[in-house]
Every structure is written in structure tokens, then in C-alpha cells.
Design a protein around this ligand. Structure first.
Ligand code: SF4
Ligand code: SF4
Length: 317
């Protein structure tokens, strides 16, 4: 069921996810489109998320934004300090200028190699943030030779997370703690639970589909027109529905880009999510050494694969 409408306020709105923002053109959403979008979201009973660029919006746009309950997704380099301090989600394209505020989600977009060099920065951030979401932007380049490095990196952060919990600071960190909290899939669900409105008044599966010139899935005048909508649901993803890496975003865009099918995941996405799953299992075991009933309803069983494709193949044989 559709729950969220993501509205890009301009073409160069910050990327909070896997895709790159195109910076060479920057159409702003106009007031007529925004007004229509807000009315549409109200009629459809959707939660609205506004994605900002570095630009300060006009007073008219700002008034419209504030006419509806919403979430602001804002780049860390935005010059409107008031907006930055109130935003629910702040996105960082680098590892500087962190000012964490209570309840705020800090999204850090980073390459894999840079992430591995940033252990000390991440340890500091885990100590004073409520939630850190790392988005690794070059999943395509991940290969089996990097498995050990990634696992060692995540394991090296476990003592910090445990210390923070011991101190009463229950930091959330998507790569380590999310799997501990989940009893079922918590995927992005673009195309099923959320859709994106671009500044041109057209709907897209997610911002990545718009920025990469994929076909729109309808518009504000005629409504949604998603071809084969079932393909965006977990039930129609034969590999993912066999999987329990519940923290995985199951990125439809990466599926489309790397496997040409929105419901078929790439090996890279799967093995990264399973390394996180292994590290989460180790974290859970460490917590249970301190408190045997910690997250008692959660189980992360040992599995023999890093890619659930192997599990599906073995079942067939
Ligand atoms: S499909 Fe979801 S996870 Fe993937 S780029 Fe789009 S919004 Fe992000
Ligand atoms: S790890 Fe792979 S199979 Fe599991 S949910 Fe993620 S993309 Fe799907």
C-alpha cells in the first residue's frame, strides 16, 4: 500500500540514497505543481517527504511546504541554519561538518574505500548521534575479495556500540543495529510503499529513476500508472523473499541497473547485506553475554551462504 510521497524540490535536490544527483541542470518545482502535489498527497492520505537542494526556497514554496505535515531531507551544507536544525534527515556527502541533534537521522553517503578509512570519525559519530545511516555509493564495485575487509571493519565498531548502550545511549546504526530490531523485511519499497514526484510534475518509482531518465509512472493530472506493480512487492521477488537480511534496502534501482529487473538483486548487494547480517549476529551475541534476554524475540541463525541466490539454487536441485 502506498504510504509516502517523496517530493524533489529541484533537479539538484540532494541524493539521500544510491543514485548520484545530476548537477548540470536545476529546474525548481513551481508553486502550481507543488500545490497540486500537496493536495494529491492529502487526498491519498500519504506522508510527504521534501528533498531539498542547497538552494533556499522562495517564501511561496516555503509556505506551501509548511502547509502539510512533512519530513525535510536537507544537505548538510545548506545555508539555512534553522531548516538544518529542524530537519528530520540531514545528508552528508563527505565526512565533515557534523552537528547531530536529538532525534535527527544523519545519512552519510560514502564510497566503500573511504568508509574503511573513516573508522575513527564513525566511532566519534556513534557516540553523539541518535541514528547513523551509511549509504555505500559504489555497491557495483564490491567483490568477494572485499568481504573480509568489510566484516573486519564492522566488527571493529562493535565495542563502541556496546559501550554506548551500556552508557544508556541506544545509538542506531543501520549497518549493525537495524537487523537486531527487525522481525521482518524493512526494505525501501519504492514503487510499492513510496513514489517520487519530480519538479516536472511526473511521478517516478524513486528519485534515481527520474534522474536516470527512466519512464515516469504517471502524473498529477492523470494519477499513477505503474506497469506490473506487483513486481515491486517482496512476494514477487523470488530471491529476496527467501532472505532474512531484514535490514537490506533491497534497492530496486540497483536491481534495475545491475540485473535489468526490478525484482532481481545483484550479487554485490546481497553479499554486502549478508556481511552486515553476520556482524549484527556477532553484536547480538556480545549483547547477550551481558544480558541473556537482550532482544529475546530476535534470532539471526547461522546460514551457509552470503548470497541467497545460492540458497534458491540449492532448493531447486
Ligand atoms: S530504490 Fe530505494 S534504496 Fe534504491 S535508490 Fe531508490 S530510494 Fe534508494
Ligand atoms: S540481501 Fe539480497 S536477497 Fe536479501 S533482501 Fe537484500 S537484495 Fe534481497
Amino acid at each position: 500500500m502506498l504510504k509516502y510521497l517523496i517530493i524533489l524540490l529541484s533537479d539538484d535536490a540532494i541524493s539521500y540514497c544510491q543514485y548520484a544527483t545530476k548537477k548540470e541542470y536545476a529546474n525548481m518545482i513551481d508553486t502550481a505543481v507543488l500545490k497540486k502535489a500537496i493536495i494529491w498527497a492529502m487526498k491519498e492520505n500519504l506522508s510527504v517527504q521534501f528533498v531539498h537542494s542547497k538552494n533556499i526556497v522562495t517564501n511561496e514554496i516555503s509556505t506551501l511546504i509548511n502547509s502539510i505535515d512533512h519530513v525535510d531531507i536537507v544537505p548538510s551544507y545548506h545555508t539555512n541554519v534553522n531548516l538544518l536544525s529542524k530537519a528530520e534527515i540531514v545528508v552528508h556527502d563527505d565526512w565533515c561538518k557534523f552537528e547531530s541533534r536529538k532525534g535527527q537521522i544523519q545519512v552519510i553517503r560514502t564510497s566503500f574505500s573511504t568508509l574503511l578509512c573513516k573508522k575513527d570519525s564513525l566511532i566519534k559519530l556513534l557516540k553523539y548521534s541518535d541514528r547513523i545511516n551509511i549509504v555505500i555509493t559504489d555497491v557495483e564495485d564490491f567483490d568477494d575479495n572485499k568481504v573480509k575487509d568489510y566484516l573486519d571493519f564492522l566488527k571493529s565498531l562493535i565495542p563502541t556500540v556496546i559501550d554506548e548502550y551500556k552508557n544508556g545511549h541506544q545509538v542506531q546504526f543501520n549497518l549493525l543495529t537495524d537487523r537486531l530490531m527487525l522481525k521482518g523485511m524493512n526494505n525501501c519499497n519504492a514503487g510499492y510503499e513510496s513514489i517520487t514526484l519530480a519538479p516536472n510534475g511526473q511521478f517516478y518509482i524513486c528519485p534515481a529513476f527520474y534522474l536516470n531518465d527512466e519512464q515516469s509512472i504517471g502524473n498529477l493530472d492523470n494519477g499513477l500508472d505503474i506497469k506490473n506493480p506487483q513486481l515491486y512487492k517482496l512476494d514477487y521477488a523470488p530471491i529476496c523473499r527467501e532472505c532474512d537480511a531484514f535490514q537490506c534496502k533491497r534497492c530496486i534501482w540497483l536491481n534495475r541497473k545491475m540485473c535489468r529487473e526490478v525484482n532481481t538483486p545483484s550479487h554485490q548487494q546481497c553479499i554486502m547485506a549478508h556481511i552486515e547480517r553476520i556482524a549484527s549476529k556477532i553484536l547480538l551475541e556480545e549483547f547477550r553475554k551481558i544480558n541473556s534476554s537482550f532482544m529475546s524475540g530476535i534470532d539471526i541463525p547461522e546460514v551457509e551462504y552470503l548470497d541467497p541466490f545460492d540458497k534458491v539454487q540449492n532448493k531447486k536441485q
